[in-house]
Each structure stands twice: as C-alpha cells, then as structure tokens.
Design a protein around this ligand. Structure first.
Ligand code: UD1
Ligand code: MG
Length: 520
C-alpha cells in the first residue's frame, strides 16, 4: 500500500496513481484528475467498513479547520503557519491529534495560501481538503463532506488553537460517544470571554446546549455568560451532514457558522451536549499578535517546567527560549537569555552560558558553552569547550574535549579530539585531526572565487599564529607551520614550513627619523 507520507507530494504532482482499493470513489477521481479543483486535495484511504461490533469501534476522523486568512493578525502569511513554541500553530494541533487517530484518518481543511500550508505539514502524512473560498467554519465542513462522510464520527479541531492536548481530545471523544449525542462541544469558563462564541445551555437540561451565539450577535443579557465555545467539536456524521446544508449566512459576518449547528440540530430533535474543560488555557486561540505571544510564552514556560522536572536547571526560565522539540539531559545548567531551538539535543552535565543561540545542533555530555556562542546544525562531542563568542555554522563537528574560543568561525569542519582553535580564526571546509593546535588568527582560504577547496591538517600538527592556508592543501602529521606563514603547498609530516617575508633590521633608523623631525 502506498505510504501515506508520500501522498501530498504525489497528489500535488498528479504523477503517482493511487491504488483504487485504497481510495474512496469520488475522492480517487477528484485527486487523479484535478487535485486542486474540487475540494479534495489528497487521496484518502477509505475507512474500514465497521463490522458487527459497530458500537464499540466507531470509525472516527479528525478534521482540522485551517483555511482561514487570519485577518486580525494583519499578516501576509497564513494564520496557521504563525509559530508558537518554535512550530506553526497547525503543527501543534496535528501533533496532539495524531495521538488520538492515525494520520490517515486526519484531514486539514486548507484554503488561504493552501500550498504553503500543505507543504509545511505534508510530512505528517495527513490528508488535505481544499476550501477554495473561505466562507466560514460551517462552509469548511461542507467542503469536507466527501472525505468525512464515510466515517461514523468526526472530531473537529481549530487549527489556530495549539494548546489542545491529546487527553482533552480523547475526553471529548469519549464523552460524545457515551452521551450518544449528534454534537458535543468543548467549552471553557473564561475570565474574559470577549470575542468567543457563548454557550446557551437549556434551562431544563443543563447538559444540553440550546445554541452558540457569536460575539457580534450577543443580546445584552447574554454578554455576561462566561462559558465560551472552545472551537472543538465531535459530531455524529450522519445527522451532521443531513442538516449542514440548512446553515445560512444570515449573520453579521455573512458566513456559514459551524456554531449554528447546535441550534439547528437541536431543532431537529438531535442531542447536543457540552463538555467543559477544567483547563481554560488549553482552548486559547491565536487570533491576534498579542494572543500568539501569550500562547508562545505559555508553551515555552511549560517546556522549561518539563525540563526542570527532568533534572535540568534553568535560571530565569522567563528569559530562555526553548523550542518544543528540544531535549536536554539531566544536570545540565542553562543560564539566563539562552535560546535552544529546533531539534537541538543537549547532553547531561553541560553548562550553557548566557546569550548563546543554538539551532538544530547536537551537544554531547559535559560540554561548556561560554557566553555569546551561535551554533547552527553543529555537532559537539563530550567535554568540548566553546566560546565565548564562537560561531559554529552548518557541518561543524567538534571532537571530544576540543576547544573553540573567542571569535572563531567554523563551517563544514571536523576538529579532532583534543584539538584547539582558541582565538580569532576562520576554519572552513577542513578536516583537522587530533591534538592539533590552531594558532590565533589562522585562516583557511577555502574559496577561490568559484569553488570551495579542502584543507587537511593531520594529527599533532602545530599552526603558529596568523597562518594562512591556501586550499587545497595538506599539513602533515606533527608538522609545524611558523607564525605568519602563507602556505600554498602541502607540508610533509614532521617538517617546519615557513612562508613569510624575511625580517630586515635597520639599526638606529627610528631615532634618526625622530631627530630629523625635531630639527625642522
Ligand atoms: C470560532 C467560533 C467561536 C469560538 C472560537 C474559538 C465560529 C463561527 N466561531 O471563532 O464560537 O468561540 O472559534 O476559538 O466558528 N476557518 C476555515 N475556513 C473558514 C473560516 C475559518 O478553515 O472559512 C478556520 C480558521 O483558519 C481557524 C478556525 O477555522 O483555524 C476558526 O476560525 P476563526 O476565524 O479563528 O474563528 P473565531 O472567530 O476564532
Ligand atoms: Mg479563532
């Protein structure tokens, strides 16, 4: 069977045929002929027909609404790609949802800047539905009918609310199934409910919901209701799709509101209930810049707390920026104002001092990173000592116990075990062995204006200060290069290379010059 992960790319290019046995009929047709024209972007595996034990194993899909523009962010970038905790909003929602249903049963409804959104999360293996025109949250689900109708139940999540947890999605699912309701919505009590849809519960039956009223349509008496609609729902697909076409755009935004399904299903005598979450923060949406920053801070503080619980000391965690996917070993100490980003892995017993920024790097145990270092896709082995102010660029590998010091820049370099490059140096495209001393001011001249060339420095070599190594060049094992030398040819092992102008001395010259000036 075709791997799910490859689907977004193949569907976009329209190249790979999809085995008919794995596709829903209309979906297969749509995808292979015109992937972008009709709503369904990506082939979806038809959910397995449920057997006799239907009630115990309902077929459940998750749909994530992610097509909106995000007008309130005043951005040219799609809303769900705005980042919190170092990842797009949508990536957080997908990460939580994949713990509840497999990626093959998950669909993101995309529209505004659909291609960019699809590319950003295609690796997750989820399916996509295109909502070409964004006419409201209700419309988003109308467009997804073909993908979702084959399932028994659908859980609907908002792509702009990244704090949702798998546990809460599971609770929503279980409550919905236990209640046998047509619609279950997640609600929360907020101190300040402004901007959210409010939940009107039935007087006689407090579990049941009569309607959801959006902010702009609130009657004066409804404004004080603090129970808000979180934007997460579970629906039984049959009644849902039977009634969805009755939604209207008769509201201040002239959109199809998914929230109107509560009153609509209620009028059709279907059961609509609400589950209130105990943690109101989980449902916060990132609709404005201020809300995004607030969510980002919550995610990062939670990350710091998780790391501290695992044995990492983080001084002043409010000042540190640590992305969600970072891992750090026990007994490592992080000083204030440190950023550790992307997929960086830091070992145990390290010390990362202030103002260092580390992206997608791998740091071994007992590494000390002094203040102000910048690491980007670098590997640093155990016991190494970096900084202050070292710049390790992509492809850098620092060996065990090696030292890289002040104002040293490295790129595509292997610095062997115990080697030292302590001051003011550029090392690019170089293979440097063990126990090598790279003197202050050493430069590898790796670029001839067209191509990059390699410098090889073998074990135990000693480069005096200010050596200039014009690549391609090899410094043999145990060789010495005199300070200030410009080396253009290979240096044999155990030899001394000197490539500098011979010094001349004119005795008394300075004194004579001074006296001549005085006489004028
Ligand atoms: C929505 C709810 C509101 C609830 C709030 C919770 C409606 C009408 N209102 O309001 O009751 O309190 O969420 O956060 O649903 N989207 C689409 N296609 C569209 C429009 C939106 O996919 O045509 C997506 C957006 O990208 C977003 C999500 O749906 O991820 C919610 O839309 P948004 O505009 O943020 O709705 P809210 O105003 O927050
Ligand atoms: Mg929203």
């Amino acid at each position: 069977m075709e791997s799910r992960a490859s689907r977004p790319a193949t569907a976009g290019s329209g190249k790979a045929p999809v085995p008919p046995s794995t596709c829903g009929r209309a979906i297969l047709k749509c995808t292979c002929l015109a992937p972008y024209s009709r709503g369904i972007l990506v082939p979806v595996s038809k959910p397995q027909k449920s057997s006799s034990n239907h009630a115990s194993t309902p077929r459940i899909a998750i749909a994530i609404m992610a097509a909106g523009k995000g007008t309130r962010l005043k951005s040219k970038h799609p809303k769900v790609l705005h980042e919190v905790g170092g990842k797009p909003l949508l990536a957080h929602v997908i990460a939580a949802a994949t713990k509840v249903v497999p990626a093959k049963d998950m669909y993101a409804i995309i529209g505004h800047e659909a291609d960019r959104v699809r590319k950003a999360v295609a690796h997750t293996g989820i399916g996509f539905v295109l909502q070409e025109e964004q006419r409201g949250t209700g419309h988003a689900l109308m467009v997804a009918r073909e993908a979702l109708a084959p399932y028994d139940q659908v859980i609907v999540l908002s792509g702009d609310a990244p704090l949702i947890t798998p546990q809460t999605i599971q609770k929503l699912r279980d409550f919905h199934l236990a209640q046998r309701s047509a619609m279950t919505l997640l609600t929360a009590q907020l101190e300040n409910p402004t901007g959210y849809g409010r939940v009107i519960r039935k007087r006689a039956d407090r579990d049941s919901v009569q309607a959801i009223v959006e902010q702009k349509s609130l009657l004066p008496g409804q404004k004080k209701i603090r129970e808000i609609n979180a934007g997460f729902y579970a629906f039984a697909t049959k009644p849902f799709f039977r009634h969805i076409d009755k939604l209207s755009t008769d509201n201040p935004h002239h959109e199809y509101y998914l929230t109107d399904m509560a009153a609509l299903l209620g009028r059709a005598k279907e059961r609509v209930v609400a589950l209130q979450t105990g943690d109101p923060y989980e449902v916060l949406g990132g609709n404005t810049r201020a809300e995004l920053v607030d969510i980002d801070q919550r995610i990062r503080l939670a990350k710091c707390q998780q790391l501290m619980a695992e044995g990492v000391t983080i001084f002043y965690p409010q000042t540190c920026v640590i992305d969600s996917d970072v891992s750090i070993g026990a007994d490592t100490v992080i000083e204030p104002f440190v950023q550790i980003l992307g997929k960086t892995r830091v070992g145990g017993d390290c010390r990362i001092r202030s103002y260092s920024v580390i992206l997608n790097s791998e740091i071994g145990d007992e590494v000390v990173i002094r203040p102000g270092c910048v690491l980007d896709e670098a590997r640093v082995r155990a016991g190494a000592l970096l900084g202050p102010y070292s710049h390790l660029r992509p492809g850098t590998e620092i060996g065990e116990g090696a030292h890289v010091g002040n104002f040293v820049e490295t790129k595509k370099v292997r610095l062997g075990k115990g080697s030292k490059a302590n001051h003011l140096t550029y090392l690019g495209d170089a293979e440097i062995g063990e126990r090598v001393n790279v003197g202050a001011g050493t430069i590898t001249c790796n670029y001839d204006g067209v191509n990059k060339h390699t410098t090889i420095i073998e074990d135990g070599a000693f480069l005096g200060s200010d050596a200039t190594l014009v690549a391609p060049v090899r410094i043999g094992k145990g060789a010495y290069v005199g300070a200030g030398s410009c080396v253009t040819d290979d240096v044999p092992a155990d030899s001394l290379a000197l490539g500098r102008a011979r010094k001349i001395v004119k005795e008394g010259w300075a004194k004579e010059k001074r006296e001549a000036h005085k006489a004028k």
